[in-house]
Design a protein around this ligand. Structure first.
Ligand code: DGL
Length: 271
């Protein structure tokens, strides 16, 4: 095994949401060490411009390099939509986002050819999910909708609450009218309210979680480049944030299969 294969995978998000992607990587790649960075001081990215998100993403990738990561996962949908192409072109190590794997899965899931996309304002405005989906199958009709209230609802822990049910109904009524049969949860936080979304949309609508597909694609990519960690050891997980350690840890303990102990604050503006 190449020595580089023993290095950790770096992943980042605008805050806590990317832990849903970390969770999938932990499940599907149980041998890999991870370094997670959550930009909790500068969240949300979902309403910010491309320039800002690109600047933040570059700083975080520079920080991840100090941890000798062998690959970078852009676990945030908004950063994947606005910054992935530039970051990937600038890096020598593999860089993977969550949008492409999610779009591919949506195309594979739909039978009627009507696909729904939900995400942050910036992700939806970028039109990137639509572009990838149409590239794969130009016949597919894509309906997209920003759902900005979902992120604060999830962060407040209102995962099975009447308020959440009400907002889901308001945002997704249109998806029902368009009879979408595959709905992409195009934001890190949305898989955490998938039960409420499922109840509203109905059993026949397939909910696509890009986190699951991303972990699968990452595994294939690392295998193809000889970068899979094949040494049998207990994986090491490190967590870094730009602010609010306690809040991060209490959220992480609700999402991850492992208890998060040490989380360190990083002055990300200095990178
Ligand atoms: N992580 C973001 C995303 O997946 C959601 C939170 C934010 O707006 O920063 O788009």
């Amino acid at each position: 095994m190449d020595d580089q294969a023993k290095n950790p995978i770096g992943l980042f998000d605008s805050g806590v949401g990317g832990l849903t992607v970390a969770r999938e990587i932990m499940r599907q790649l149980p041998n890999e060490d991870l370094v997670y960075f959550g930009d909790t001081a500068r969240v949300p990215y979902g309403s910010k411009s491309k320039n800002t998100v690109l600047k933040y993403s570059r700083q975080i990738v520079r920080f991840l390099h100090t941890k000798n990561v062998k690959a970078v996962v852009v676990a945030c949908n908004t950063a994947s939509a606005l910054a992935l192409d530039e970051i990937a072109a600038e890096e020598e190590i593999p860089v993977i986002g969550v949008v492409k794997p999610g779009a591919k899965m949506a195309v594979e899931s739909t039978k009627t050819g009507n696909v729904g996309i939900i995400g942050t304002e910036s992700t939806v405005k970028s039109g990137i999910y639509n572009d990838y989906i149409r590239e794969l199958d130009p016949e597919i009709t894509v309906v997209s909708r920003a759902c900005p209230l979902f992120v604060p609802l999830v962060e407040e822990g209102l995962l099975e609450d009447r308020v959440t049910e009400d907002i889901v109904g308001r945002y997704l009524q249109e998806m029902k009218e368009y009879r979408v049969d595959a709905l992409v949860l195009g934001c890190t936080h949305y898989p955490l309210i998938r039960n409420v979304i499922k109840r509203f949309m109905g059993e026949e609508v397939r909910l696509v979680n890009p986190a699951f597909e991303t972990a699968k694609s990452l595994k294939e990519l690392l295998a193809a480049q000889g970068l899979l960690n094949r040494s049998s050891h207990k994986p090491k997980y490190e967590y870094y944030v730009s602010d609010g350690v306690d809040r991060f840890i209490s959220f992480a303990d609700r999402v991850l299969p492992v208890h998060v102990r040490d989380t360190q604050v990083v002055d990300i503006e200095s990178y």
